[in-house]
Design a protein around this ligand. Structure first.
Ligand code: GLN
Length: 542
Protein backbone atom coordinates (compact mmCIF):
# COMPACT_ATOMS: atom_id res chain seq x y z
CA UNK A 1 0.00 0.00 0.00
CA UNK A 2 1.29 3.41 -0.93
CA UNK A 3 0.18 6.75 0.47
CA UNK A 4 0.42 10.09 -1.27
CA UNK A 5 -0.40 13.27 0.63
CA UNK A 6 -1.16 16.54 -1.13
CA UNK A 7 -0.84 19.74 0.89
CA UNK A 8 -1.17 23.35 -0.18
CA UNK A 9 0.77 26.44 0.75
CA UNK A 10 0.97 30.22 0.26
CA UNK A 11 -2.72 30.82 -0.53
CA UNK A 12 -5.91 28.82 -0.79
CA UNK A 13 -7.80 28.13 -4.03
CA UNK A 14 -4.71 27.00 -5.92
CA UNK A 15 -6.54 24.01 -7.34
CA UNK A 16 -5.24 21.34 -4.98
CA UNK A 17 -8.36 19.31 -5.67
CA UNK A 18 -7.75 19.47 -9.41
CA UNK A 19 -4.07 18.52 -9.03
CA UNK A 20 -5.09 15.60 -6.81
CA UNK A 21 -7.80 14.50 -9.23
CA UNK A 22 -5.41 14.89 -12.18
CA UNK A 23 -2.71 12.79 -10.55
CA UNK A 24 -5.36 10.15 -9.84
CA UNK A 25 -6.48 10.29 -13.47
CA UNK A 26 -2.91 9.83 -14.71
CA UNK A 27 -2.23 6.92 -12.38
CA UNK A 28 -5.51 5.20 -13.08
CA UNK A 29 -4.95 5.53 -16.83
CA UNK A 30 -1.95 3.26 -16.20
CA UNK A 31 -4.19 0.75 -14.46
CA UNK A 32 -3.20 1.65 -10.88
CA UNK A 33 -5.85 0.76 -8.32
CA UNK A 34 -6.60 3.93 -6.38
CA UNK A 35 -8.51 5.52 -3.56
CA UNK A 36 -8.75 9.28 -3.19
CA UNK A 37 -9.58 10.89 0.13
CA UNK A 38 -10.15 14.41 1.33
CA UNK A 39 -9.05 15.34 4.84
CA UNK A 40 -10.61 18.58 6.02
CA UNK A 41 -9.31 20.24 9.17
CA UNK A 42 -12.56 22.04 10.08
CA UNK A 43 -14.62 20.95 13.08
CA UNK A 44 -17.93 20.27 11.33
CA UNK A 45 -18.56 16.53 11.17
CA UNK A 46 -19.39 16.95 7.49
CA UNK A 47 -20.21 19.91 5.22
CA UNK A 48 -23.92 18.98 5.22
CA UNK A 49 -24.83 21.77 7.62
CA UNK A 50 -22.45 24.39 6.21
CA UNK A 51 -23.65 27.30 4.11
CA UNK A 52 -22.84 26.97 0.43
CA UNK A 53 -21.49 30.53 0.71
CA UNK A 54 -18.78 29.34 3.07
CA UNK A 55 -18.07 25.92 1.77
CA UNK A 56 -19.38 25.72 -1.75
CA UNK A 57 -21.49 22.82 -2.92
CA UNK A 58 -22.21 19.82 -0.73
CA UNK A 59 -21.31 16.82 -2.86
CA UNK A 60 -23.35 13.68 -2.19
CA UNK A 61 -21.89 10.21 -2.72
CA UNK A 62 -23.74 7.09 -3.79
CA UNK A 63 -23.72 5.83 -0.21
CA UNK A 64 -25.36 9.03 1.01
CA UNK A 65 -22.49 10.98 2.56
CA UNK A 66 -22.55 14.77 2.39
CA UNK A 67 -19.01 15.62 1.42
CA UNK A 68 -16.58 18.23 0.17
CA UNK A 69 -16.92 19.37 -3.43
CA UNK A 70 -13.44 18.07 -4.22
CA UNK A 71 -14.87 14.56 -4.17
CA UNK A 72 -16.85 15.70 -7.19
CA UNK A 73 -13.60 16.42 -9.02
CA UNK A 74 -12.23 13.02 -8.03
CA UNK A 75 -15.27 11.27 -9.47
CA UNK A 76 -15.41 13.41 -12.61
CA UNK A 77 -11.71 12.88 -13.41
CA UNK A 78 -11.66 9.12 -12.80
CA UNK A 79 -13.91 6.08 -12.69
CA UNK A 80 -13.53 5.88 -8.95
CA UNK A 81 -16.73 5.86 -6.93
CA UNK A 82 -16.16 7.76 -3.70
CA UNK A 83 -17.79 6.75 -0.44
CA UNK A 84 -18.39 8.15 3.02
CA UNK A 85 -14.98 6.90 4.12
CA UNK A 86 -13.31 9.20 1.61
CA UNK A 87 -14.36 12.43 3.32
CA UNK A 88 -12.74 12.92 6.71
CA UNK A 89 -12.96 16.07 8.83
CA UNK A 90 -11.55 16.97 12.24
CA UNK A 91 -15.15 16.98 13.43
CA UNK A 92 -15.56 13.35 12.35
CA UNK A 93 -12.25 12.38 13.99
CA UNK A 94 -13.04 14.13 17.28
CA UNK A 95 -16.58 12.87 17.44
CA UNK A 96 -15.31 9.30 17.01
CA UNK A 97 -12.71 9.86 19.74
CA UNK A 98 -15.20 11.37 22.16
CA UNK A 99 -17.56 8.49 21.49
CA UNK A 100 -14.82 6.01 22.33
CA UNK A 101 -13.79 7.99 25.40
CA UNK A 102 -17.37 7.87 26.72
CA UNK A 103 -17.44 4.13 26.18
CA UNK A 104 -14.24 3.75 28.16
CA UNK A 105 -12.21 2.48 25.23
CA UNK A 106 -9.10 4.40 26.31
CA UNK A 107 -8.92 2.51 29.59
CA UNK A 108 -8.11 5.37 31.89
CA UNK A 109 -5.55 7.15 29.76
CA UNK A 110 -5.56 10.89 29.21
CA UNK A 111 -6.89 11.42 25.69
CA UNK A 112 -4.51 13.67 23.78
CA UNK A 113 -3.84 15.02 20.28
CA UNK A 114 -0.73 12.85 20.15
CA UNK A 115 -1.21 9.89 20.08
CA UNK A 116 -5.01 9.60 20.14
CA UNK A 117 -6.07 12.14 17.52
CA UNK A 118 -3.17 11.29 15.22
CA UNK A 119 -3.83 7.54 15.56
CA UNK A 120 -7.49 8.14 14.75
CA UNK A 121 -6.52 10.17 11.65
CA UNK A 122 -4.18 7.40 10.52
CA UNK A 123 -6.80 4.72 11.00
CA UNK A 124 -9.37 6.75 9.03
CA UNK A 125 -6.83 7.10 6.20
CA UNK A 126 -6.28 3.31 6.17
CA UNK A 127 -9.98 2.42 6.54
CA UNK A 128 -11.23 -0.17 3.99
CA UNK A 129 -8.14 0.04 1.83
CA UNK A 130 -7.17 -3.04 -0.12
CA UNK A 131 -3.63 -4.38 -0.29
CA UNK A 132 -2.69 -3.24 -3.80
CA UNK A 133 -4.10 0.22 -3.57
CA UNK A 134 -2.52 3.62 -3.74
CA UNK A 135 -4.29 6.07 -1.44
CA UNK A 136 -4.10 9.73 -2.38
CA UNK A 137 -5.06 12.08 0.45
CA UNK A 138 -5.67 15.73 -0.15
CA UNK A 139 -5.35 17.87 2.98
CA UNK A 140 -7.79 20.77 3.00
CA UNK A 141 -6.74 24.28 3.99
CA UNK A 142 -3.31 25.84 3.77
CA UNK A 143 -0.17 24.84 5.62
CA UNK A 144 0.17 27.09 8.67
CA UNK A 145 -3.50 26.87 9.73
CA UNK A 146 -3.84 25.85 13.38
CA UNK A 147 -6.46 23.25 12.53
CA UNK A 148 -4.16 21.39 10.11
CA UNK A 149 -1.49 20.63 12.71
CA UNK A 150 -2.78 17.21 13.87
CA UNK A 151 -3.10 16.17 10.22
CA UNK A 152 0.47 17.22 9.43
CA UNK A 153 1.66 15.37 12.52
CA UNK A 154 -0.19 12.24 11.36
CA UNK A 155 1.52 12.54 7.96
CA UNK A 156 4.90 12.94 9.65
CA UNK A 157 4.26 9.73 11.56
CA UNK A 158 3.16 7.96 8.38
CA UNK A 159 6.37 8.94 6.64
CA UNK A 160 8.40 7.86 9.64
CA UNK A 161 6.65 4.48 9.82
CA UNK A 162 6.63 3.78 6.06
CA UNK A 163 9.27 6.01 4.46
CA UNK A 164 9.36 4.10 1.19
CA UNK A 165 5.61 3.96 0.80
CA UNK A 166 4.72 7.55 1.68
CA UNK A 167 5.08 10.54 -0.59
CA UNK A 168 4.36 14.18 0.08
CA UNK A 169 3.41 16.60 -2.66
CA UNK A 170 3.23 20.29 -1.80
CA UNK A 171 1.39 22.71 -4.05
CA UNK A 172 2.43 26.35 -3.93
CA UNK A 173 2.05 29.59 -5.85
CA UNK A 174 4.77 31.53 -7.64
CA UNK A 175 3.32 35.03 -7.77
CA UNK A 176 4.25 37.20 -10.74
CA UNK A 177 5.27 40.76 -9.88
CA UNK A 178 4.28 43.02 -12.75
CA UNK A 179 6.68 45.84 -11.82
CA UNK A 180 9.83 43.78 -11.94
CA UNK A 181 8.45 41.25 -14.40
CA UNK A 182 9.55 38.42 -12.11
CA UNK A 183 8.14 35.25 -10.64
CA UNK A 184 8.79 35.05 -6.92
CA UNK A 185 9.95 31.85 -5.23
CA UNK A 186 10.16 33.25 -1.69
CA UNK A 187 6.55 32.39 -0.67
CA UNK A 188 7.27 28.80 -1.74
CA UNK A 189 10.41 28.73 0.36
CA UNK A 190 8.47 30.02 3.38
CA UNK A 191 5.70 27.55 2.86
CA UNK A 192 8.17 24.65 2.77
CA UNK A 193 9.80 26.04 5.91
CA UNK A 194 6.38 25.96 7.57
CA UNK A 195 6.05 22.30 6.61
CA UNK A 196 9.53 21.60 7.98
CA UNK A 197 8.39 23.07 11.29
CA UNK A 198 5.96 20.17 11.43
CA UNK A 199 8.77 17.75 10.61
CA UNK A 200 7.74 17.22 6.99
CA UNK A 201 10.01 17.50 3.99
CA UNK A 202 8.04 17.51 0.72
CA UNK A 203 9.19 15.05 -1.94
CA UNK A 204 7.63 16.94 -4.83
CA UNK A 205 6.72 20.62 -5.16
CA UNK A 206 4.07 21.56 -7.69
CA UNK A 207 4.33 25.25 -8.55
CA UNK A 208 1.25 27.04 -9.78
CA UNK A 209 2.15 29.93 -12.02
CA UNK A 210 0.62 32.20 -14.62
CA UNK A 211 3.96 32.67 -16.39
CA UNK A 212 6.61 30.28 -17.69
CA UNK A 213 8.92 29.19 -14.86
CA UNK A 214 12.55 29.51 -15.97
CA UNK A 215 15.21 26.90 -15.45
CA UNK A 216 16.92 29.19 -12.95
CA UNK A 217 13.76 29.53 -10.91
CA UNK A 218 13.28 25.76 -10.87
CA UNK A 219 16.90 25.35 -9.70
CA UNK A 220 16.40 27.95 -7.00
CA UNK A 221 13.33 26.19 -5.61
CA UNK A 222 15.16 22.89 -5.77
CA UNK A 223 18.13 24.30 -3.85
CA UNK A 224 16.23 26.23 -1.19
CA UNK A 225 13.49 23.67 -0.65
CA UNK A 226 15.74 20.63 -0.69
CA UNK A 227 14.03 18.66 -3.47
CA UNK A 228 15.62 17.40 -6.67
CA UNK A 229 15.12 19.67 -9.67
CA UNK A 230 12.99 17.21 -11.60
CA UNK A 231 10.68 17.08 -8.58
CA UNK A 232 9.84 20.75 -8.96
CA UNK A 233 6.84 20.53 -11.26
CA UNK A 234 5.34 23.55 -13.00
CA UNK A 235 1.57 23.77 -13.13
CA UNK A 236 0.51 26.59 -15.39
CA UNK A 237 -2.84 28.37 -15.52
CA UNK A 238 -4.99 26.81 -18.22
CA UNK A 239 -8.40 27.84 -19.55
CA UNK A 240 -10.03 24.54 -18.60
CA UNK A 241 -9.51 22.24 -15.61
CA UNK A 242 -9.71 19.28 -18.00
CA UNK A 243 -6.36 20.30 -19.49
CA UNK A 244 -4.56 19.81 -16.18
CA UNK A 245 -3.97 16.04 -16.43
CA UNK A 246 -2.12 16.32 -19.76
CA UNK A 247 -0.30 19.41 -18.52
CA UNK A 248 0.95 17.59 -15.43
CA UNK A 249 1.82 14.51 -17.45
CA UNK A 250 3.97 16.73 -19.71
CA UNK A 251 5.70 17.95 -16.56
CA UNK A 252 6.17 14.25 -15.68
CA UNK A 253 4.40 14.41 -12.33
CA UNK A 254 3.04 10.89 -12.64
CA UNK A 255 6.38 9.43 -13.76
CA UNK A 256 8.18 10.90 -10.78
CA UNK A 257 5.50 9.69 -8.37
CA UNK A 258 5.66 6.19 -9.86
CA UNK A 259 9.44 6.15 -9.62
CA UNK A 260 9.66 7.52 -6.11
CA UNK A 261 7.09 5.10 -4.71
CA UNK A 262 8.01 2.15 -6.97
CA UNK A 263 4.37 1.79 -7.99
CA UNK A 264 3.64 -1.15 -10.30
CA UNK A 265 1.78 0.06 -13.38
CA UNK A 266 -0.13 -2.68 -15.20
CA UNK A 267 -0.77 -0.56 -18.32
CA UNK A 268 0.89 2.04 -20.47
CA UNK A 269 -0.43 5.55 -20.02
CA UNK A 270 -3.36 6.26 -22.30
CA UNK A 271 -4.62 9.83 -22.48
CA UNK A 272 -6.73 9.37 -25.62
CA UNK A 273 -10.02 10.29 -23.97
CA UNK A 274 -8.50 13.43 -22.42
CA UNK A 275 -7.05 14.46 -25.77
CA UNK A 276 -10.41 13.88 -27.40
CA UNK A 277 -12.17 16.02 -24.83
CA UNK A 278 -9.57 18.77 -25.25
CA UNK A 279 -10.17 18.65 -28.98
CA UNK A 280 -13.93 18.96 -28.51
CA UNK A 281 -13.38 21.88 -26.14
CA UNK A 282 -11.34 23.62 -28.81
CA UNK A 283 -14.03 23.30 -31.48
CA UNK A 284 -17.01 24.54 -29.48
CA UNK A 285 -18.34 27.52 -31.31
CA UNK A 286 -21.87 28.87 -31.21
CA UNK A 287 -22.88 30.41 -27.97
CA UNK A 288 -25.88 29.18 -26.04
CA UNK A 289 -27.33 31.08 -23.11
CA UNK A 290 -28.50 29.08 -20.14
CA UNK A 291 -30.10 31.06 -17.36
CA UNK A 292 -29.80 29.71 -13.83
CA UNK A 293 -32.03 31.26 -11.20
CA UNK A 294 -30.65 30.67 -7.76
CA UNK A 295 -29.87 32.02 -4.34
CA UNK A 296 -26.12 31.63 -4.03
CA UNK A 297 -25.19 33.21 -7.32
CA UNK A 298 -22.22 35.14 -5.98
CA UNK A 299 -20.17 32.08 -5.22
CA UNK A 300 -19.95 29.83 -8.24
CA UNK A 301 -18.58 26.97 -6.11
CA UNK A 302 -22.07 26.66 -4.61
CA UNK A 303 -23.20 25.07 -7.87
CA UNK A 304 -19.93 23.42 -8.87
CA UNK A 305 -21.26 20.11 -10.19
CA UNK A 306 -24.10 21.85 -11.97
CA UNK A 307 -21.69 24.15 -13.75
CA UNK A 308 -19.51 21.18 -14.78
CA UNK A 309 -22.48 19.09 -15.95
CA UNK A 310 -23.67 21.94 -18.20
CA UNK A 311 -20.14 22.39 -19.48
CA UNK A 312 -19.76 18.67 -20.30
CA UNK A 313 -23.03 18.66 -22.23
CA UNK A 314 -22.06 21.86 -24.03
CA UNK A 315 -18.70 20.48 -25.13
CA UNK A 316 -20.35 17.27 -26.35
CA UNK A 317 -22.84 19.33 -28.37
CA UNK A 318 -19.93 21.52 -29.63
CA UNK A 319 -21.54 24.53 -28.02
CA UNK A 320 -19.98 27.26 -25.95
CA UNK A 321 -22.33 27.71 -23.04
CA UNK A 322 -22.73 31.10 -21.51
CA UNK A 323 -24.22 30.61 -18.10
CA UNK A 324 -26.12 33.63 -16.88
CA UNK A 325 -27.01 33.82 -13.20
CA UNK A 326 -30.06 35.57 -11.87
CA UNK A 327 -30.68 36.21 -8.21
CA UNK A 328 -34.24 35.00 -7.69
CA UNK A 329 -34.99 37.96 -5.42
CA UNK A 330 -34.36 40.34 -8.32
CA UNK A 331 -36.85 38.76 -10.71
CA UNK A 332 -38.70 42.03 -11.22
CA UNK A 333 -35.65 44.04 -12.25
CA UNK A 334 -35.11 45.23 -15.80
CA UNK A 335 -32.01 43.11 -16.03
CA UNK A 336 -34.03 40.03 -15.08
CA UNK A 337 -36.51 40.71 -17.89
CA UNK A 338 -33.64 40.92 -20.38
CA UNK A 339 -32.03 37.75 -19.08
CA UNK A 340 -35.30 35.81 -19.32
CA UNK A 341 -35.88 37.20 -22.76
CA UNK A 342 -32.50 36.13 -24.04
CA UNK A 343 -32.34 32.73 -22.35
CA UNK A 344 -32.21 29.68 -24.61
CA UNK A 345 -32.82 27.42 -21.65
CA UNK A 346 -33.85 28.03 -18.03
CA UNK A 347 -32.69 26.02 -15.03
CA UNK A 348 -33.74 26.12 -11.40
CA UNK A 349 -31.23 24.24 -9.23
CA UNK A 350 -31.64 22.65 -5.81
CA UNK A 351 -32.01 24.83 -2.76
CA UNK A 352 -33.36 25.14 0.75
CA UNK A 353 -35.68 27.57 2.53
CA UNK A 354 -38.24 30.00 1.26
CA UNK A 355 -36.07 32.98 0.32
CA UNK A 356 -36.44 33.90 -3.34
CA UNK A 357 -39.12 31.28 -3.98
CA UNK A 358 -41.54 33.65 -5.69
CA UNK A 359 -38.91 34.75 -8.20
CA UNK A 360 -38.17 31.16 -9.10
CA UNK A 361 -41.86 30.41 -9.57
CA UNK A 362 -42.12 33.46 -11.84
CA UNK A 363 -39.21 32.19 -13.95
CA UNK A 364 -40.79 28.73 -14.25
CA UNK A 365 -44.03 30.32 -15.41
CA UNK A 366 -42.07 32.25 -18.02
CA UNK A 367 -40.32 29.10 -19.28
CA UNK A 368 -43.57 27.14 -19.38
CA UNK A 369 -45.59 29.79 -21.18
CA UNK A 370 -42.87 30.70 -23.65
CA UNK A 371 -41.86 27.15 -24.54
CA UNK A 372 -38.32 27.65 -23.30
CA UNK A 373 -36.56 24.41 -22.37
CA UNK A 374 -36.76 24.08 -18.61
CA UNK A 375 -34.90 21.88 -16.16
CA UNK A 376 -35.91 21.91 -12.50
CA UNK A 377 -33.63 20.11 -10.09
CA UNK A 378 -34.90 19.00 -6.67
CA UNK A 379 -36.30 22.29 -5.31
CA UNK A 380 -36.68 23.31 -8.97
CA UNK A 381 -38.95 20.31 -9.57
CA UNK A 382 -41.01 20.96 -6.45
CA UNK A 383 -41.50 24.58 -7.52
CA UNK A 384 -42.46 23.56 -11.05
CA UNK A 385 -45.31 21.57 -9.55
CA UNK A 386 -46.35 24.41 -7.24
CA UNK A 387 -46.25 26.87 -10.16
CA UNK A 388 -48.45 24.57 -12.20
CA UNK A 389 -50.95 24.08 -9.39
CA UNK A 390 -51.16 27.83 -8.80
CA UNK A 391 -51.21 29.14 -12.35
CA UNK A 392 -52.74 26.38 -14.46
CA UNK A 393 -54.88 24.33 -12.11
CA UNK A 394 -55.76 27.49 -10.16
CA UNK A 395 -55.62 25.71 -6.84
CA UNK A 396 -55.81 28.29 -4.05
CA UNK A 397 -53.36 28.50 -1.17
CA UNK A 398 -51.01 25.86 -2.55
CA UNK A 399 -47.34 25.44 -1.66
CA UNK A 400 -44.80 23.36 0.21
CA UNK A 401 -44.71 22.96 3.98
CA UNK A 402 -41.07 24.03 3.73
CA UNK A 403 -42.14 27.58 2.93
CA UNK A 404 -45.01 28.23 5.36
CA UNK A 405 -48.54 27.31 6.21
CA UNK A 406 -50.52 26.49 3.10
CA UNK A 407 -53.89 24.84 3.07
CA UNK A 408 -52.79 22.64 0.19
CA UNK A 409 -49.26 21.36 0.52
CA UNK A 410 -48.43 19.56 -2.72
CA UNK A 411 -44.92 19.21 -1.36
CA UNK A 412 -44.35 18.22 2.26
CA UNK A 413 -42.46 16.00 4.66
CA UNK A 414 -43.48 12.37 4.36
CA UNK A 415 -44.55 12.43 7.98
CA UNK A 416 -47.08 15.07 6.98
CA UNK A 417 -48.74 12.87 4.37
CA UNK A 418 -50.43 10.61 6.93
CA UNK A 419 -49.61 7.88 4.49
CA UNK A 420 -48.79 4.98 6.76
CA UNK A 421 -47.49 2.36 4.36
CA UNK A 422 -44.54 4.21 2.95
CA UNK A 423 -41.15 3.02 4.11
CA UNK A 424 -38.18 4.84 2.69
CA UNK A 425 -34.68 4.62 4.08
CA UNK A 426 -33.58 7.95 5.51
CA UNK A 427 -30.15 8.88 6.69
CA UNK A 428 -29.94 9.09 10.47
CA UNK A 429 -26.40 10.38 10.85
CA UNK A 430 -27.12 13.81 12.26
CA UNK A 431 -29.98 15.74 13.78
CA UNK A 432 -30.30 18.26 10.96
CA UNK A 433 -29.95 15.56 8.35
CA UNK A 434 -32.06 13.00 10.16
CA UNK A 435 -34.94 13.36 7.80
CA UNK A 436 -32.90 13.75 4.62
CA UNK A 437 -33.16 11.36 1.75
CA UNK A 438 -29.50 11.03 0.85
CA UNK A 439 -27.56 9.05 -1.72
CA UNK A 440 -28.35 6.86 -4.67
CA UNK A 441 -31.80 5.31 -5.18
CA UNK A 442 -33.32 3.51 -8.14
CA UNK A 443 -35.98 5.32 -10.12
CA UNK A 444 -38.40 3.62 -12.52
CA UNK A 445 -39.29 5.45 -15.71
CA UNK A 446 -42.57 5.57 -17.57
CA UNK A 447 -42.39 4.15 -21.10
CA UNK A 448 -42.50 6.62 -24.00
CA UNK A 449 -42.11 9.63 -21.74
CA UNK A 450 -39.57 12.44 -22.28
CA UNK A 451 -37.57 10.91 -19.42
CA UNK A 452 -37.54 7.59 -21.31
CA UNK A 453 -36.38 9.35 -24.47
CA UNK A 454 -33.64 11.09 -22.53
CA UNK A 455 -32.31 8.10 -20.60
CA UNK A 456 -33.18 5.38 -23.13
CA UNK A 457 -33.69 3.16 -20.09
CA UNK A 458 -36.53 2.24 -17.78
CA UNK A 459 -34.51 1.98 -14.61
CA UNK A 460 -31.96 4.52 -13.48
CA UNK A 461 -30.03 5.29 -10.29
CA UNK A 462 -29.65 8.87 -9.18
CA UNK A 463 -28.47 10.67 -6.07
CA UNK A 464 -30.79 12.51 -3.71
CA UNK A 465 -30.48 15.21 -1.06
CA UNK A 466 -33.81 16.50 0.18
CA UNK A 467 -36.30 16.34 3.01
CA UNK A 468 -39.52 17.14 1.22
CA UNK A 469 -41.46 15.09 -1.36
CA UNK A 470 -44.37 15.59 -3.68
CA UNK A 471 -47.41 14.16 -1.93
CA UNK A 472 -48.45 11.10 -4.03
CA UNK A 473 -52.00 11.37 -2.75
CA UNK A 474 -52.35 14.48 -4.92
CA UNK A 475 -50.99 12.82 -8.06
CA UNK A 476 -54.36 12.55 -9.80
CA UNK A 477 -55.13 16.22 -9.18
CA UNK A 478 -51.75 17.36 -10.52
CA UNK A 479 -52.00 15.09 -13.56
CA UNK A 480 -55.43 16.35 -14.58
CA UNK A 481 -54.04 18.36 -17.47
CA UNK A 482 -50.70 18.18 -19.32
CA UNK A 483 -48.36 17.75 -16.33
CA UNK A 484 -47.40 14.09 -15.93
CA UNK A 485 -45.15 12.13 -13.62
CA UNK A 486 -42.69 9.89 -15.42
CA UNK A 487 -40.29 8.62 -12.75
CA UNK A 488 -41.14 6.78 -9.54
CA UNK A 489 -39.63 4.92 -6.62
CA UNK A 490 -40.10 1.18 -6.79
CA UNK A 491 -43.32 1.23 -4.75
CA UNK A 492 -44.56 4.19 -6.86
CA UNK A 493 -45.09 6.24 -3.72
CA UNK A 494 -42.34 8.74 -4.44
CA UNK A 495 -42.83 10.89 -7.51
CA UNK A 496 -39.38 11.62 -8.87
CA UNK A 497 -39.70 13.00 -12.39
CA UNK A 498 -42.34 15.33 -13.75
CA UNK A 499 -42.77 16.61 -17.30
CA UNK A 500 -45.15 18.73 -19.31
CA UNK A 501 -46.46 17.05 -22.44
CA UNK A 502 -47.58 20.37 -23.89
CA UNK A 503 -44.07 21.85 -23.94
CA UNK A 504 -41.04 21.12 -26.15
CA UNK A 505 -38.77 20.23 -23.20
CA UNK A 506 -39.90 20.61 -19.61
CA UNK A 507 -38.46 18.30 -16.98
CA UNK A 508 -38.36 18.38 -13.20
CA UNK A 509 -36.33 15.81 -11.27
CA UNK A 510 -36.34 15.21 -7.54
CA UNK A 511 -32.71 14.00 -7.63
CA UNK A 512 -29.44 15.67 -8.58
CA UNK A 513 -28.32 14.45 -12.02
CA UNK A 514 -25.41 16.94 -12.02
CA UNK A 515 -23.60 14.76 -9.46
CA UNK A 516 -23.08 11.99 -11.99
CA UNK A 517 -21.98 13.85 -15.10
CA UNK A 518 -18.44 13.30 -16.33
CA UNK A 519 -16.50 14.98 -19.15
CA UNK A 520 -16.33 11.72 -21.07
CA UNK A 521 -19.86 10.74 -20.19
CA UNK A 522 -22.07 13.80 -19.96
CA UNK A 523 -25.32 13.17 -18.15
CA UNK A 524 -28.19 12.35 -20.56
CA UNK A 525 -30.49 14.94 -18.94
CA UNK A 526 -28.01 17.74 -19.52
CA UNK A 527 -27.18 16.51 -23.02
CA UNK A 528 -30.83 16.58 -23.95
CA UNK A 529 -31.54 19.89 -22.17
CA UNK A 530 -28.66 21.61 -24.00
CA UNK A 531 -29.65 20.07 -27.30
CA UNK A 532 -33.23 21.24 -27.03
CA UNK A 533 -32.10 24.69 -25.86
CA UNK A 534 -30.05 24.87 -29.04
CA UNK A 535 -33.05 23.88 -31.14
CA UNK A 536 -35.02 26.64 -29.40
CA UNK A 537 -32.23 29.10 -30.13
CA UNK A 538 -32.23 28.22 -33.83
CA UNK A 539 -36.00 28.62 -33.94
CA UNK A 540 -35.71 32.03 -32.29
CA UNK A 541 -33.15 33.03 -34.91
CA UNK A 542 -35.37 32.09 -37.85
N1 GLN B 1 -35.52 22.06 0.10
C1 GLN B 1 -36.03 20.96 -0.65
C2 GLN B 1 -36.13 19.71 0.19
O1 GLN B 1 -35.51 19.63 1.22
C3 GLN B 1 -35.19 20.71 -1.87
C4 GLN B 1 -33.79 20.30 -1.56
C5 GLN B 1 -32.86 20.40 -2.72
O2 GLN B 1 -33.16 21.10 -3.68
N2 GLN B 1 -31.72 19.73 -2.65
O3 GLN B 1 -36.79 18.79 -0.17
Amino acid sequence: MKFIFVTGGVVSSLGKGIVTASLAALLSSRGVNLKIRKLDPYLNVDPGTMSPYQHGEVYVTDDGAETDLDLGHYERFTDIVCSKNDSISSGKIYSSIIDKERKGVYLGSTVQVIPHVTEEIKSFIKLSVKEKEVVICEIGGTVGDIESLPFLEAIRQFKNEKPKDTLLIHLTLLPFIEGSGELKTKPTQHSVKELLNSGIQPDIIVCRSSKKISDDELSKISLFCNVSKQSVIPSYDVPSIYKVPSLLSKSKLDEIVIKKLSIKTPKKMDLTKWKKFEYLESVTKEELKILIIGKYINLKDSYKSLYEAIYHAGVQNKLKIKIEWLDSELINSKNAKNLLNEANGILIPGGFGNRGILGKIEAIKYARENNIPFLGICLGMQLAIIEYCRNVLKIKNVGSSEFGNFKNNVVSLMTEWSHKKIIVKRNKSSDMGASMRLGSYPCFILKNSLAHKVYKKLKINERHRHRYEVNPKLRKIIEKNDMKFSGFSKDKNLLEIVENSNHPWFLGVQFHPELKSKPFKPHPIFLSFIKSSNIKKNEQKN
